[in-house]
Design a protein around this ligand. Structure first.
Ligand SMILES: *Cc1c(COP(=O)(O)O)cnc(C)c1O
Length: 395
């Protein structure tokens, strides 16, 4: 017996649920790529990306996923043999660093333990030792989707300035843009990148990069530039140059609709919605952990992200059974443990097009699975989530 007929729900950390309005916006024939409305659409998207990133420098739209945007960010400001510092907070920071290493950049990893966010004091100490300024850039992920931590980018930017180090601050905001604040200029971020398919509720296929003025200076000397990723080529006047070829028209229509929805709700409200729903998930998980079979992967409560929660299985049980139950019996897809946590954790995503019924539905299904599979857990997780939301959402 199953109770999964009806709409399947994605609680995986990307791709996320695409709103019907966004899907419908794409259902249009191709248009002349030089036509004025399309050129104006590009301008409006670039303007709104500036708004989302909080930067006054330039933004770029690539036909790429997050991995492509990683490469775009690296190749535009670095040269072979440059040294960079990678701040470990989970798998994604390491993978971005690995991409740099494969491009011929020398990487040093500032060790992290995957159960905590990056500690800015450790970044400060390392940069202080780098008296000759050999470190050209610092790479960090805002929300590391594997561990579920949120890094304090403002604090990291502050320590770089405090030690008067010239390293560029480069930030991965794939799992955080549209879910929580990002203030590129205010935080001293030089290069930020993101993708369309997580908080931005758009199909996979668009990568975004935002660059500060300092990043543009570094760009002049960057040796890794290639024809497709190169900012200079994309700064040209023709619309064709902005995408280094044919624009991704239907994805542009989709992104326009998604951004309209975010701005209509107002970004502050979008971020608050994410915070409230994430806390509802955390309240439920906290109750479940009382059974002794689970724990939060991130030990420090204030370092848990508002986009995804990683739950460790602590009694040696395979989390796949629970995931499988939720999917095949109830039509809810949970994220698997990733990287070091493969086979040892599951992830609940709460980013993008999420609301109280979807999040409470996911929590209800997990609790149903815990009961059906006889997995020990504290009773009343969903109840705790409901009480938190009822307290927080006033009549
Ligand atoms: C999903 C994700 C990526 C990778 O994005 P792809 O589109 O799968 O290449 C990179 N960084 C973070 C933090 C992510 O969550």
């Amino acid at each position: 017996m199953a109770v999964r007929a009806g709409r399947e729900f994605l609680a995986i950390p990307g791709p996320t649920t695409i709103p019907d309005e966004v899907l419908r916006a794409m259902h249009r024939p191709a248009v002349d790529m030089y036509s004025r409305p399309l050129v104006m659409l590009t301008d409006s998207l670039l303007n709104d990306l500036n708004r989302l990133f909080g930067n006054t420098g330039r933004c770029y739209i690539y036909i790429a996923n997050g991995h492509g945007a990683w490469e775009a960010a690296l190749t535009n400001v670095l040269s072979k043999g440059d040294k960079i510092l990678v701040l470990e907070s989970g798998r994604f920071a390491l993978d971005w660093g690995d991409a740099a290493a494969r491009l011929g950049v020398a990487i040093e990893i500032l060790k992290g333990d995957w159960h905590r966010a990056v500690r800015p004091a450790e970044v400060e100490a390392r940069l202080r030792m780098d008296k000759d300024g050999t470190i050209k850039a610092v790479l960090v992920v805002q929300i590391d989707t594997s561990s579920g931590c949120v890094n304090d980018i403002a604090a990291i930017g502050q320590v770089i300035r405090a030690v008067r180090h010239d390293a560029l601050l480069m930030v991965d905001a794939v799992a955080s843009l549209g879910c929580m604040p990002f203030e590129m200029d205010a935080w001293g971020v030089d290069v930020a990148m993101s993708g369309s398919q997580k908080g931005l509720m758009t199909p996979p296929g668009l990568g975004f990069v935002a660059a500060s003025y300092r990043a543009h200076e570094a760009h002049q000397k960057a040796g890794l530039r290639t024809p497709y990723w190169d900012w200079t080529a994309r700064d040209g006047n023709s619309h064709y140059q902005k995408y280094a070829g044919t624009p991704p028209e239907q994805l542009m229509f989709a992104l326009r609709q998604a951004l309209d929805m975010l701005f209509e709700e107002q970004l502050d409200s979008v971020f608050r919605r994410h915070r409230l729903l994430a806390e509802a998930v955390r309240r439920a998980v906290a109750v479940w952990t009382e059974g002794g079979a689970f724990a939060f992967n991130i030990t420090e409560p204030r370092e848990r992200s508002d986009a995804v929660t990683t739950v460790l299985v602590t009694d040696g049980r395979d989390p796949l059974k629970l995931q499988d139950y939720c999917e095949t019996k109830c039509g809810v897809l949970l994220g698997a443990g990733f990287g070091q946590m493969k086979g040892k954790a599951f992830r609940i995503a709460h980013m993008g097009h999420v609301n109280a019924p979807t999040v409470l539905g996911v929590l209800g299904v997990i609790e149903m699975g815990l009961n059906a599979l006889g997995i020990p857990h504290g009773r009343g997780g969903v109840q705790a989530a409901v009480e938190w939301l009822a307290e927080s959402v006033n009549p």
